[in-house]
Design a protein around this ligand. Structure first.
Ligand SMILES: Cc1cc2nc3c(=O)[nH]c(=O)nc-3n(C[C@H](O)[C@H](O)[C@H](O)COP(=O)(O)OP(=O)(O)OC[C@H]3O[C@@H](n4cnc5c(N)ncnc54)[C@H](O)[C@@H]3O)c2cc1C
Length: 415
């Protein structure tokens, strides 16, 4: 039966959920307090990493963090004044690195990501949006034997999960990416990954498609969520709107809305940065390339070469510190010697992250009319379409093809 459903949040996860719900026959209204794609979905590296299965918390997390924060170009920063706020999250995060948890989280992440490419193809089938996806693969390059050897555990996990990859020597890396400096000894290549050369265009296109097909987009800042009888009411300074069902897909800002529905979910944010370099730089690479030593990505985009990096634990309110990404520019140059280091724009965004690196996909505790789809951390582009189909299945009362239990909102209730 068709219902009126409001999706809160026009990032990639909300837009994918809205389209999947519309595909299954619902009357969908997508709302956002701002323009579509103004959150984390705007500035990511655009990689659809099929079969991704590495949770951030690993059994080596404590030693990794210790060595990272002492590095000159550390990819991790914890703002001292935010430490007391994020401390409980950090404790949970470290506990998720225990071997049994790590293995389970990897399995549950893989259960979502193994269908990433197929799900995007299904969602964008027979429409113009499919043209924004490029069949590029995803390449990680290693300068030192040491870094390569230290990541053996991650390759073991890929083997265990059956995620396909190729190991490349320096000649094979040069064949794929002739403009890279000839300093990389090892490459890790996942051929069946896609990349999106303009994430903003993709999400805006999804919203346009929703509207063309009879859905609605409305600017609305949701301050309060309440159920009353058969309806869910959303209140904001612009008034009140209501629907039969609501999906909370508000990225890093979802915690407060979930709390109003009785769920105290340990959602925090891993802030990340990007810097755009001139468009000529984008011609220097054929695909997104990860620098394994310094944990940054160079992604060729329609609008230029995008360098993304950093995990900054500083909450939703602290001002961005763009120097975190600017100081990595010389490293980009040593990777791509022909690169022109002219900053065209710089950006910071909020990855919505839970301690176990898994999203929350499931009904609120208080009402089966309110559904959550948030917390996609480093993989929201990858997992948005898969999530959208799960949202639609579960709101339609069907059992989702992917077991949804590992992503249930109540999984943190006991600790
Ligand atoms: C530097 C960087 C690089 C990344 N690279 C990749 C990558 O290559 N591949 C990948 O898979 N993932 C990547 N990610 C992760 C990915 O970008 C995120 O996981 C994803 O964008 C999250 O999407 P979302 O829709 O949940 O949240 P968002 O895009 O943040 O959208 C949430 C929306 O909700 C709206 N909203 C919030 N609160 C309210 C409210 N109360 N009322 C109304 N609207 C509200 C916001 O305005 C916003 O538009 C990267 C992230 C970063 C930061």
């Amino acid at each position: 039966m068709s219902s009126k459903i409001i999706v809160i949040g026009a990032g990639v996860v909300g837009a994918a959920s809205a389209l999947a719900l519309q595909k299954s026959g619902h009357d969908v209204i997508l709302v956002d307090r701002s323009e579509p794609c103004s959150g984390a979905s705007f500035g990511n590296a655009g990689a659809i990493v099929n079969g991704s299965c590495l949770p951030t918390a690993t059994p080596d997390i404590l030693s990794d963090v210790a060595s990272m924060i002492t590095q000159k170009h550390s990819p991790l920063f914890i703002k001292p004044s935010y430490l007391h706020r994020i401390f409980p999250w950090l404790v949970r995060f470290v506990l998720q690195g225990r071997t049994t948890k790590f293995n389970q989280n990897a399995f549950d992440l893989h259960a979502l990501s193994k269908n990433a490419v197929d799900s995007w193809q299904l969602l964008t089938d027979k429409n113009e949006l499919s043209k924004l996806f490029k069949d590029t693969g995803w390449l990680k390059v290693y300068e030192s034997e040491n870094t390569f050897n230290k990541t053996a555990r991650s390759r073991e996990m890929f083997d265990k999960m059956g995620t396909k990859y190729e190991l490349l020597d320096s000649d094979a890396i040069r064949d794929l990416e002739p403009n890279l400096a000839p300093i990389y000894k090892h490459g890790f290549y996942q051929k069946d990954c896609l990349s999106v050369t303009n994430p903003q265009k993709l999400v805006e296109g999804m919203v346009k498609l929703l509207v063309t097909q009879g859905g609605q987009y409305q600017k609305f800042d949701v301050a309060e969520i309440k159920t009353n009888g058969d309806k869910v009411y959303l209140n904001g300074i612009n008034g009140s709107i209501n629907a039969d069902k609501v999906v909370v897909a508000s990225g890093a800002w979802s915690r407060n809305l979930a709390k109003q529905m009785g769920d105290n979910i340990p959602l925090d944010t891993e802030r990340g940065y990007h810097i755009m370099l001139p468009s000529l730089g984008a011609d220097l690479l054929n695909r997104p390339v990860v620098n394994a030593e310094y944990s940054f990505v160079l992604s060729p985009m329609e609008t230029g070469l995008r360098m993304t990096s950093q995990v900054e634990l500083a909450g939703l309110n602290a001002k961005p510190n763009y120097d975190r990404i600017r100081r990595l520019l010389p490293l980009a140059k040593s990777m791509l010697p022909e690169l022109e280091l002219r900053e065209e724009s710089v950006w910071m965004g909020f990855r919505p992250s839970l301690p176990d690196s898994l999203p929350v996909i499931g009904f609120s505790s208080r009402s089966n009319k309110v559904f959550y789809a948030f917390g996609h951390q480093h993989l929201g582009m990858t997992l948005a379409a898969v999530t959208g189909f799960m949202v639609a299945d579960m709101l339609n009362g069907k059992t989702s093809e992917i077991d949804a239990c590992p992503y249930r909102p109540t999984r943190f209730n006991r600790w």
